[in-house]
Ligand binder design. Structure first.
Ligand SMILES: NC(=O)C1=CN([C@@H]2O[C@H](COP(=O)(O)OP(=O)(O)OC[C@H]3O[C@@H](n4cnc5c(N)ncnc54)[C@H](OP(=O)(O)O)[C@@H]3O)[C@@H](O)[C@H]2O)C=CC1
Ligand SMILES: Cc1cn([C@H]2C[C@H](O)[C@@H](COP(=O)(O)OP(=O)(O)O[C@H]3O[C@@H](C)C(=O)[C@@H](O)[C@H]3O)O2)c(=O)[nH]c1=O
Length: 282
């Protein structure tokens, strides 16, 4: 049976992968303590002990604002960690499936970003993720880098769960209305990753993956509120009225044309998907 290593095994996406794991594949989930991706020697020992066909890298530093004051930690995990994984995958002929982000873009476009658009991250998190991508591309030929955006699910920390909590605690929540993107259900990304493996796809490379359609964080919050039947008032504000340590792109919608064509997948709209998930988060 094929062994599939999932790093960052306690995180949001890894938990969604676990939810739909099939019996035909042997998934091995490792958390930070079992396998620290910043430690090349630990990775070497692990790969020597276990033959791994695919490695799904869900390990990352994802605290966007914190990264601004802890750039070393962010680069260590998102750049060096990704590079280490690429090196061991190369040595052991393992296919690496790595997850990246819409925050590699600066948001100056007003039409969806394709895989051919030039990245230009605005903050430490995006810059560290971009460096990770670059190492993988220069070391490996058998890789899938999947850029996704605004991930949420029943698991871990995410905007949907934050809003549901705030709706319980407050009468009014202010949310920025000048940053546009595509909310993506992490379970749909997990299904896409399963499909790549099930197809034994030879179409290596960089792909975008999000649910279809776009909104602002305010639009997203309003939709969550409507589904949760909360009475909390959601007020649209400009980014200047909700200052954060990290700058975020004002537009980071990902173009899905290439992914849909190459893998022949149907993707749901963000609104349809959200309605199915909010009830489960309640
Ligand atoms: N969340 C989002 O909105 C988006 C995420 N992405 C990308 O998707 C991927 C998955 O994100 P998501 O599941 O939401 O992230 P999470 O933060 O939920 O999961 C990341 C996991 O990695 C673990 N980790 C941190 N450092 C290491 C290390 N050195 N070695 C091994 N594991 C480590 C974390 O452990 P601990 O918690 O103990 O630190 C955590 O369990 C990431 O690459 C992220 O950049 C892309 C776009 C949007
Ligand atoms: C909690 C909150 C946030 N906001 C704003 C701040 C920010 O601009 C936006 C989103 O805030 P969050 O901090 O929840 O989300 P953030 O951590 O910025 O989400 C990002 O995470 C990384 C990992 C990614 O890769 C991105 O794709 C994206 O999902 O909403 C409000 O306006 N009001 C609020 O009450």
């Amino acid at each position: 049976m094929m062994n599939i290593l999932v790093t960052g095994g306690d995180g949001q996406l890894a938990t969604c992968i676990k939810d739909i794991a099939s019996n035909e594949l042997n998934f091995i989930y490792t958390d930070y303590l079992a396998l620290d991706i910043t430690c090349l020697s630990s990775l070497e020992s692990f790969f020597k002990a276990h033959p791994i066909a695919y490695c799904i890298n869900c390990a990352a530093y994802t605290a966007v604002d914190e990264a601004e004051s802890h750039p070393k930690a962010a680069f260590n995990i998102n750049e060096t960690g990704a590079k280490n994984l690429a090196l061991v995958c190369k040595k052991h002929d393992t296919i690496l499936i790595h997850i990246s982000t819409d925050f590699v873009f600066d948001g100056t476009k007003s039409t969806p970003y394709t895989e051919l658009d030039s990245p230009n991250p605005l903050g430490v998190y995006g810059a560290s993720k971009l460096q990770g991508e670059k190492h993988i591309q220069s070391i490996l030929s058998k890789y899938f880098i999947i850029r996704t955006s605004w991930l949420y699910s029943e698991h871990g920390k995410n905007f949907v769960k934050t809003m549901l909590r705030l709706f319980q605690e407050r009468d009014l929540v202010k949310v920025v209305d000048d940053q546009i993107g595509s909310p993506t259900y992490a379970g749909d990304l997990a299904l896409f990753i399963h499909r790549i493996i099930a197809l034994k796809s030879p179409h290596y490379g960089l792909y975008h993956f999000s649910n279809l359609g776009a909104t602002t964080w305010y639009g997203f919050a309003k939709a969550i509120r409507a589904l949760s039947k909360s009475n909390t008032e959601v007020v649209a504000v400009p980014t200047s009225e909700f200052p954060t340590k990290a700058l975020r792109p004002s537009y980071s919608v990902l173009d899905m044309t290439n992914t849909q064509e190459v893998f022949g997948i149907e993707i749901e709209s963000w609104e349809k998907r959200l309605s199915k998930v909010v009830s489960r988060c309640h």
